[in-house]
Structure formats: C-alpha cells, structure tokens
Ligand binder design. Sequence first.
Ligand code: KG4
Ligand code: ZN
Length: 356
Amino acid sequence: MIILGIESSCDETAAAIVKDGRQILSNVIVSQVDIFKAYGGVIPEVAARSHLEAILPVIHQAFKDAGFQKDGQDDWSQIDAIAVTHTPGLLGSLLIGTLTARTLAILHNKPLYPVHHLKSHIYSAWLNQQVPDFPLLALVVSGGHTQIIHMSNHNKFQIIGTTRDDAVGECFDKVAKILGLPYPGGPSIAQAATQGDSHKYRFPHPKLTTKARPSNNSANTAYDFSFSGLKTAVLRAVQEELKKPISFPSHQLASLLNAQQVADFAASFQQTAVDILLENLTRATQNYPCKSIVIAGGVSANQLLREKAPKCFFPTKSLSGDNAAMVASAAFFEHNSGIQPTDPYTITLQPRSPIQ
Ligand code: KG4
Ligand code: ZN
C-alpha cells in the first residue's frame, strides 16, 4: 500500500510517499526555521502563510522524487491513500495541511487518514531497519509535548506521564533564549554544550506530588514531568553568576556572558534535562514491563539522550523532527489495524487533543 503523507502542524511543510509503512520512496521537508530565527520563535500567522506557499510545490517534489511523475504531471494512480496531521498543532498551520489533503482526496478519490502528530512521531521508529516490539513504552519529546505512552499493540495507547507545564523542547528553546543562542534552542544548546562542563552548575530535579494535577489525561501521575522550574533555575543561576538582581532585564543577560559560561550553562542544563527524562522513563519501565522502548520527537535528535539510552529505539536523526514519512507510516498501521478512513467532508482539526 502506497501512502502520500502530509505534515504542516508547526513550522515544517512536508510531504512523503511511503510504501507499506516502512519504505520511504520520497521525503520532502521545507523548514521555516530560517524565517523564525529572526524572531526567536514561531509566529503562527507567518507559519500558516508559509505553509500555504510551500505545500503544493512540496507535494509535487515528493511525487517527482518517488519517480511518480508522467510528462511532468503527478501520477495519482500510484497512490492508494492520503494521510495528514490533523491534531495537535497550530490551528492555522494544521488548516493548510488538512484542507490540502482533503481537497486532493476528493479530487483523486483516495481514502483519507487524519493522523495524530504524536502517533506519527512514535511511528518514525518503524522507518528503521529494526522495528520495536509490543508491548512498548514511548517517550515522546517535542517542542509541544513530553509524554510517556504505553502501547500494548498498534494503535492501543495509554498516556502514563505527561508534562504539567512546559514541554522539554520548549524548555531547550527558552533556555537558549536566556543564553543568547539561536532558535531552535535544542540544536544550538547541544552544539554549545560540546565545549562546556556539565558539572559546572547544579539544577534541581522536580519532585512532583502524585495528587494535584491540573489537567487529567489519565489518572496516573507518577511519571509526570515539569520543566518550567528548570528554566527558571537556569535564569537564576545566570543572574547569580553575573551578580545581577532578579529585577535586571533578562534579555540583557546573554550579552554579559562569555562563551565559556554559555557553554557551561548549556552543558549543565542539557545534562539535567536528559537525566530528568530518563529517570521518569526508567521508573515507568519498572511498573510497565515492555519489550521495547521508543524515544521520538524533535528532542530525540539530542546526542546526549541517544548516548544515555543505548537500548532504546530512536528514529533516524533526520526523521526525529517533523516530517511526513512518519505520518504515512502511522496511517499505514491504522489501515492495518482495521481503522477506517475518514470522510473528507467531515475531517476535523484540533489544536490540542490526547493521542488516540
Ligand atoms: O517534534 P518537533 O520537530 O516539533 C514539534 O512537534 O514540536 O520538535 C521540535 C523541538 C524544538 O523544541 C527543538 O528545540 C527540539 O525539538 N530539538 C532538540 C534537538 N533538535 C531539535 N532538542 C534537543 N536537542 C536537539 N538536538
Ligand atoms: Zn513534532
């Protein structure tokens, strides 16, 4: 079965053609990262407009790269279904992908699979040579999410831990801002950290009570995360290092740090963030015996995380960030589990929704 995947949930416009959920025939990603470097973060309106410009050329390129063009025209007879990210994400961005996908599904009379973004990230692990076994635990770490998810089988999800405030990727991005490193913060912190001492600064690990939890995706709170305190701890440590009061404007701190201080803060922060992720994951494996552990999502590109979790399944580095191959893969396994495609006229999109 050959599926065209489409992804536009945040700041990457992507299309990919994947055979039987595992064989990538083409994978095109246009990133808006250069636009948002200038602003230090994503601006939703700008992202949506950029998706609108890029989406059709990106889809044509996916057909071209797969060798699915005849006389310069996309050959739709080769495509069995279309899959698109419909939740969660930026509303305007999701809108461009879902409207494009549903229009193409109607026009070419193809089944349409709306796919949850976190599910896609987990299924990026199926695009490797070796695939995970069930039951499995998945740690999904991205700019918007930090969750531990138990899967008893394909498409059987139970969220057993989630963040109570910031996502870990968001925390990398915010700490990078404090240190004056460019957006996106994950890669720039990882790069700066290579020159730093990870023991130079000590940051606390959150101690969460299992009682109070503001939003309840599940009753279990034992494996929840919290990252906003870590971001504040870095800010306080920078203020202390520079002997500046709390009232000193935080955006002026970075220019006072020298390169070694930045590297040491980056390395110490990265070490703490990775330790927090893996401590929770390790505790979860003790109560949820599993055959495989998957670590996926943008932050799974992090080299320190990969080195500290050698037995886990990671996506290929180029597929850890947002891409459409994982969307097509997830849809294939939905189809395989007997999940029916959606009527393109009734497809819905949601900025937030739990994995399902
Ligand atoms: O999955 P993703 O591409 O988009 C979302 O669904 O959010 O994740 C983006 C996040 C950003 O916060 C980015 O800083 C982080 O992934 N990231 C990293 C690395 N590469 C990207 N974080 C840590 N280390 C990296 N090497
Ligand atoms: Zn993502």
